[in-house]
Design a binder for this molecule. Sequence first.
Ligand SMILES: NC(=O)c1ccc[n+]([C@@H]2O[C@H](COP(=O)([O-])OP(=O)(O)OC[C@H]3O[C@@H](n4cnc5c(N)ncnc54)[C@H](O)[C@@H]3O)[C@@H](O)[C@H]2O)c1
Length: 273
Amino acid sequence: MNKLLELKDGSPRVALVTGGAGGIGSATAKALAMHGAKVMVTDVNEAALSSIVETIHGNGGLAMASCLDVGDPDSWQQVREQVLDTWGPLSVLVNNAGIDVVKSVADTTLAEWDRLFRVNSTGMFLGTQCFLDDLHAAGQTSGVRSSIVNMSSICGNVGVAFQSAYSATKGAVRMFTKAAAVEFGALDLQLRINSIHPGTVDTAFAAQCLTELGEAGFAPSPAEARAAIRAAHPIGDMAQGDEIADAIVFLASDLSRFMTGSEMLVDGGYTAQ
Ligand SMILES: NC(=O)c1ccc[n+]([C@@H]2O[C@H](COP(=O)([O-])OP(=O)(O)OC[C@H]3O[C@@H](n4cnc5c(N)ncnc54)[C@H](O)[C@@H]3O)[C@@H](O)[C@H]2O)c1
Protein backbone atom coordinates (compact mmCIF):
# COMPACT_ATOMS: atom_id res chain seq x y z
CA MET A 1 0.00 0.00 0.00
CA ASN A 2 1.23 3.51 -0.84
CA LYS A 3 2.22 5.94 1.89
CA LEU A 4 -0.10 8.95 2.36
CA LEU A 5 2.15 11.28 0.41
CA GLU A 6 3.07 8.97 -2.42
CA LEU A 7 1.34 9.27 -5.77
CA LYS A 8 -0.75 6.49 -7.32
CA ASP A 9 2.38 5.09 -9.04
CA GLY A 10 4.22 5.01 -5.69
CA SER A 11 6.48 7.99 -6.45
CA PRO A 12 6.98 10.60 -3.68
CA ARG A 13 5.06 13.85 -3.83
CA VAL A 14 7.25 16.97 -3.86
CA ALA A 15 6.63 19.22 -0.83
CA LEU A 16 7.99 22.54 0.41
CA VAL A 17 7.75 23.91 3.95
CA THR A 18 8.55 27.51 4.90
CA GLY A 19 9.76 28.38 8.39
CA GLY A 20 11.06 24.80 8.41
CA ALA A 21 13.71 25.45 11.06
CA GLY A 22 11.09 26.34 13.67
CA GLY A 23 9.04 24.22 16.03
CA ILE A 24 6.01 23.50 13.85
CA GLY A 25 7.91 23.74 10.54
CA SER A 26 10.58 21.19 11.49
CA ALA A 27 7.98 18.77 12.86
CA THR A 28 6.00 19.22 9.63
CA ALA A 29 9.01 18.60 7.38
CA LYS A 30 9.78 15.38 9.29
CA ALA A 31 6.14 14.22 9.22
CA LEU A 32 5.74 14.90 5.47
CA ALA A 33 8.93 12.92 4.77
CA MET A 34 7.84 10.07 7.05
CA HIS A 35 4.62 9.82 5.05
CA GLY A 36 6.49 9.53 1.76
CA ALA A 37 7.09 13.07 0.43
CA LYS A 38 10.38 14.54 -0.80
CA VAL A 39 10.67 17.71 1.27
CA MET A 40 12.35 21.02 0.50
CA VAL A 41 12.88 22.51 3.96
CA THR A 42 13.30 26.29 3.88
CA ASP A 43 13.87 29.10 6.37
CA VAL A 44 15.77 32.38 6.75
CA ASN A 45 17.72 30.60 9.50
CA GLU A 46 19.71 28.46 7.07
CA ALA A 47 22.17 27.24 9.70
CA ALA A 48 19.42 25.39 11.55
CA LEU A 49 18.23 23.47 8.49
CA SER A 50 21.05 20.95 8.06
CA SER A 51 20.27 19.01 11.25
CA ILE A 52 16.62 18.71 10.20
CA VAL A 53 17.58 17.37 6.78
CA GLU A 54 20.06 14.97 8.45
CA THR A 55 17.31 13.67 10.76
CA ILE A 56 15.02 13.07 7.78
CA HIS A 57 17.80 11.27 5.90
CA GLY A 58 18.58 9.25 9.02
CA ASN A 59 14.96 8.09 9.10
CA GLY A 60 15.23 6.97 5.46
CA GLY A 61 13.39 10.02 4.07
CA LEU A 62 14.19 12.41 1.24
CA ALA A 63 14.88 16.10 1.89
CA MET A 64 17.00 19.07 0.93
CA ALA A 65 17.30 22.55 2.41
CA SER A 66 17.40 26.07 1.07
CA CYS A 67 17.41 29.60 2.43
CA LEU A 68 14.08 31.29 1.67
CA ASP A 69 12.86 34.65 2.90
CA VAL A 70 9.11 34.38 2.31
CA GLY A 71 8.74 38.15 2.01
CA ASP A 72 11.11 38.34 -0.97
CA PRO A 73 9.76 37.41 -4.45
CA ASP A 74 13.28 36.77 -5.84
CA SER A 75 13.99 34.35 -3.01
CA TRP A 76 10.85 32.39 -3.96
CA GLN A 77 11.90 32.23 -7.63
CA GLN A 78 15.36 30.91 -6.73
CA VAL A 79 13.90 28.12 -4.61
CA ARG A 80 11.32 27.30 -7.29
CA GLU A 81 14.10 26.78 -9.85
CA GLN A 82 15.99 24.59 -7.40
CA VAL A 83 12.93 22.41 -6.75
CA LEU A 84 12.02 22.16 -10.44
CA ASP A 85 15.58 21.31 -11.51
CA THR A 86 16.06 18.68 -8.82
CA TRP A 87 12.67 17.04 -8.33
CA GLY A 88 10.15 18.53 -10.78
CA PRO A 89 6.88 20.36 -10.04
CA LEU A 90 5.75 20.89 -6.46
CA SER A 91 2.55 19.24 -5.28
CA VAL A 92 2.43 20.26 -1.59
CA LEU A 93 3.15 23.79 -0.33
CA VAL A 94 3.06 24.53 3.40
CA ASN A 95 3.14 28.30 4.03
CA ASN A 96 4.16 28.07 7.67
CA ALA A 97 6.73 30.83 8.36
CA GLY A 98 5.47 33.39 10.83
CA ILE A 99 6.48 35.99 13.39
CA ASP A 100 4.67 37.73 16.23
CA VAL A 101 4.66 41.04 18.07
CA VAL A 102 3.04 41.20 21.49
CA LYS A 103 2.00 44.79 22.00
CA SER A 104 -1.05 46.93 22.63
CA VAL A 105 -2.68 48.66 19.66
CA ALA A 106 -1.36 51.95 21.02
CA ASP A 107 2.25 50.71 21.17
CA THR A 108 2.43 48.79 17.86
CA THR A 109 4.57 50.70 15.38
CA LEU A 110 3.87 50.95 11.67
CA ALA A 111 7.19 49.19 11.02
CA GLU A 112 6.10 46.24 13.22
CA TRP A 113 2.67 46.10 11.55
CA ASP A 114 4.31 46.08 8.08
CA ARG A 115 6.93 43.48 9.07
CA LEU A 116 4.28 41.11 10.38
CA PHE A 117 2.16 41.43 7.25
CA ARG A 118 5.22 40.94 5.02
CA VAL A 119 6.11 37.59 6.61
CA ASN A 120 2.75 36.18 7.75
CA SER A 121 0.45 37.27 4.92
CA THR A 122 2.44 38.55 1.94
CA GLY A 123 4.78 35.54 2.25
CA MET A 124 1.83 33.17 1.81
CA PHE A 125 0.58 35.16 -1.20
CA LEU A 126 4.00 35.20 -2.86
CA GLY A 127 4.50 31.47 -2.32
CA THR A 128 1.08 30.60 -3.65
CA GLN A 129 1.60 32.77 -6.74
CA CYS A 130 5.13 31.51 -7.37
CA PHE A 131 4.15 27.83 -7.33
CA LEU A 132 0.61 28.08 -8.74
CA ASP A 133 1.37 26.77 -12.24
CA ASP A 134 3.59 23.98 -10.91
CA LEU A 135 0.99 22.85 -8.37
CA HIS A 136 -1.70 22.77 -11.05
CA ALA A 137 0.60 20.91 -13.47
CA ALA A 138 1.52 18.32 -10.82
CA GLY A 139 -2.16 17.80 -10.04
CA GLN A 140 -3.04 17.39 -13.71
CA THR A 141 -0.22 14.97 -14.45
CA SER A 142 -0.71 12.77 -11.40
CA GLY A 143 -4.51 12.82 -11.12
CA VAL A 144 -4.10 13.79 -7.44
CA ARG A 145 -4.98 17.41 -6.66
CA SER A 146 -2.06 19.36 -5.24
CA SER A 147 -2.47 20.93 -1.81
CA ILE A 148 -1.57 24.26 -0.23
CA VAL A 149 -1.72 24.49 3.57
CA ASN A 150 -1.61 28.02 4.97
CA MET A 151 -0.66 28.58 8.60
CA SER A 152 -3.23 30.74 10.36
CA SER A 153 -3.97 30.52 14.10
CA ILE A 154 -6.83 30.72 16.56
CA CYS A 155 -5.88 34.41 16.34
CA GLY A 156 -7.35 34.30 12.84
CA ASN A 157 -10.72 33.35 14.36
CA VAL A 158 -11.00 35.05 17.74
CA GLY A 159 -9.53 38.17 19.28
CA VAL A 160 -6.54 37.91 21.62
CA ALA A 161 -5.35 40.86 23.70
CA PHE A 162 -2.02 42.45 22.77
CA GLN A 163 -1.93 40.60 19.44
CA SER A 164 -3.93 42.86 17.16
CA ALA A 165 -1.34 43.07 14.37
CA TYR A 166 -0.63 39.33 14.51
CA SER A 167 -4.37 38.53 14.54
CA ALA A 168 -4.91 40.78 11.52
CA THR A 169 -2.23 38.91 9.56
CA LYS A 170 -3.75 35.54 10.47
CA GLY A 171 -7.25 36.74 9.54
CA ALA A 172 -5.79 37.70 6.17
CA VAL A 173 -4.43 34.16 5.78
CA ARG A 174 -7.87 32.73 6.55
CA MET A 175 -9.74 34.89 4.02
CA PHE A 176 -7.11 34.68 1.28
CA THR A 177 -7.38 30.92 1.55
CA LYS A 178 -11.16 30.93 1.14
CA ALA A 179 -11.15 33.35 -1.81
CA ALA A 180 -8.35 31.45 -3.53
CA ALA A 181 -10.19 28.13 -3.06
CA VAL A 182 -13.29 29.51 -4.77
CA GLU A 183 -11.18 31.01 -7.56
CA PHE A 184 -9.16 27.83 -8.14
CA GLY A 185 -12.42 25.90 -8.40
CA ALA A 186 -13.81 28.40 -10.92
CA LEU A 187 -10.61 28.07 -12.96
CA ASP A 188 -10.66 24.27 -12.67
CA LEU A 189 -7.14 24.25 -11.22
CA GLN A 190 -6.05 20.88 -9.91
CA LEU A 191 -5.22 22.04 -6.42
CA ARG A 192 -6.86 22.52 -3.04
CA ILE A 193 -6.04 25.22 -0.48
CA ASN A 194 -6.90 25.20 3.22
CA SER A 195 -5.83 27.05 6.34
CA ILE A 196 -4.85 25.50 9.65
CA HIS A 197 -5.55 27.22 12.97
CA PRO A 198 -3.54 25.89 15.92
CA GLY A 199 -4.09 26.84 19.52
CA THR A 200 -0.92 27.54 21.48
CA VAL A 201 1.93 25.25 20.43
CA ASP A 202 4.89 24.70 22.75
CA THR A 203 7.65 26.21 20.57
CA ALA A 204 10.23 29.00 20.90
CA PHE A 205 7.62 31.27 19.31
CA ALA A 206 5.10 30.52 22.08
CA ALA A 207 7.73 30.84 24.83
CA GLN A 208 8.66 34.32 23.60
CA CYS A 209 5.01 35.25 23.21
CA LEU A 210 4.16 34.08 26.75
CA THR A 211 7.09 36.00 28.20
CA GLU A 212 5.92 39.14 26.45
CA LEU A 213 2.28 38.57 27.45
CA GLY A 214 3.46 38.28 31.06
CA GLU A 215 5.40 41.52 30.68
CA ALA A 216 2.35 43.18 29.11
CA GLY A 217 0.27 42.44 32.19
CA PHE A 218 -1.72 39.42 30.97
CA ALA A 219 -0.27 37.42 33.88
CA PRO A 220 2.14 38.41 36.66
CA SER A 221 4.95 36.11 35.49
CA PRO A 222 5.83 34.01 32.40
CA ALA A 223 5.25 30.83 34.46
CA GLU A 224 1.75 31.97 35.43
CA ALA A 225 1.06 33.06 31.86
CA ARG A 226 2.03 29.56 30.76
CA ALA A 227 -0.30 27.95 33.32
CA ALA A 228 -3.14 30.26 32.29
CA ILE A 229 -2.66 29.46 28.61
CA ARG A 230 -2.65 25.71 29.29
CA ALA A 231 -5.86 26.05 31.30
CA ALA A 232 -7.45 28.13 28.53
CA HIS A 233 -7.36 25.06 26.25
CA PRO A 234 -10.13 22.63 27.32
CA ILE A 235 -7.82 19.73 26.50
CA GLY A 236 -5.67 21.02 29.39
CA ASP A 237 -2.38 21.67 27.62
CA MET A 238 -0.56 23.36 24.77
CA ALA A 239 0.01 21.37 21.60
CA GLN A 240 3.34 19.89 20.59
CA GLY A 241 4.65 20.57 17.08
CA ASP A 242 3.99 17.02 15.88
CA GLU A 243 0.29 17.33 16.78
CA ILE A 244 -0.01 20.20 14.31
CA ALA A 245 2.25 18.44 11.79
CA ASP A 246 -0.06 15.41 11.71
CA ALA A 247 -3.01 17.66 10.83
CA ILE A 248 -0.92 19.27 8.08
CA VAL A 249 -0.12 15.81 6.67
CA PHE A 250 -3.88 15.14 6.57
CA LEU A 251 -4.55 18.40 4.68
CA ALA A 252 -1.64 17.74 2.32
CA SER A 253 -2.75 14.20 1.56
CA ASP A 254 -5.69 12.87 -0.40
CA LEU A 255 -7.40 11.87 2.86
CA SER A 256 -8.71 15.46 2.79
CA ARG A 257 -9.53 15.37 -0.94
CA PHE A 258 -13.01 16.94 -0.53
CA MET A 259 -11.65 19.84 1.55
CA THR A 260 -10.81 23.21 0.05
CA GLY A 261 -11.28 26.70 1.51
CA SER A 262 -11.64 25.13 4.96
CA GLU A 263 -10.28 26.52 8.21
CA MET A 264 -9.08 23.56 10.23
CA LEU A 265 -8.98 24.26 13.96
CA VAL A 266 -6.41 22.20 15.86
CA ASP A 267 -6.80 24.10 19.09
CA GLY A 268 -7.51 21.74 21.98
CA GLY A 269 -11.02 23.18 22.14
CA TYR A 270 -9.89 26.80 22.66
CA THR A 271 -12.46 28.28 20.28
CA ALA A 272 -15.24 25.86 21.27
CA GLN A 273 -15.93 27.86 24.44
N1 LIG B 1 3.53 28.41 18.43
C1 LIG B 1 2.24 28.75 18.49
O1 LIG B 1 1.64 28.84 19.57
C2 LIG B 1 1.48 29.00 17.22
C3 LIG B 1 0.07 28.97 17.27
C4 LIG B 1 -0.65 29.20 16.11
C5 LIG B 1 0.01 29.46 14.92
N2 LIG B 1 1.37 29.49 14.92
C6 LIG B 1 2.02 29.79 13.65
O2 LIG B 1 2.80 28.67 13.26
C7 LIG B 1 3.89 29.10 12.46
C8 LIG B 1 5.18 28.51 12.99
O3 LIG B 1 5.32 28.91 14.34
P1 LIG B 1 6.33 28.20 15.36
O4 LIG B 1 5.64 28.15 16.65
O5 LIG B 1 6.91 26.97 14.79
O6 LIG B 1 7.43 29.35 15.45
P2 LIG B 1 9.03 29.29 15.39
O7 LIG B 1 9.48 30.64 15.80
O8 LIG B 1 9.53 28.11 16.12
O9 LIG B 1 9.29 29.09 13.82
C9 LIG B 1 9.06 30.09 12.88
C10 LIG B 1 10.13 30.00 11.82
O10 LIG B 1 9.87 30.98 10.81
C11 LIG B 1 11.12 31.47 10.38
N3 LIG B 1 10.98 32.77 9.74
C12 LIG B 1 10.83 33.99 10.31
N4 LIG B 1 10.79 34.93 9.36
C13 LIG B 1 10.91 34.30 8.17
C14 LIG B 1 10.94 34.75 6.82
N5 LIG B 1 10.87 36.06 6.50
N6 LIG B 1 11.06 33.81 5.84
C15 LIG B 1 11.16 32.51 6.14
N7 LIG B 1 11.16 32.03 7.40
C16 LIG B 1 11.04 32.92 8.40
C17 LIG B 1 11.96 31.53 11.65
O11 LIG B 1 13.35 31.57 11.36
C18 LIG B 1 11.53 30.26 12.36
O12 LIG B 1 12.39 29.17 12.07
C19 LIG B 1 3.84 30.63 12.46
O13 LIG B 1 3.20 31.07 11.29
C20 LIG B 1 2.98 30.95 13.67
O14 LIG B 1 2.31 32.18 13.53
C21 LIG B 1 2.13 29.26 16.03
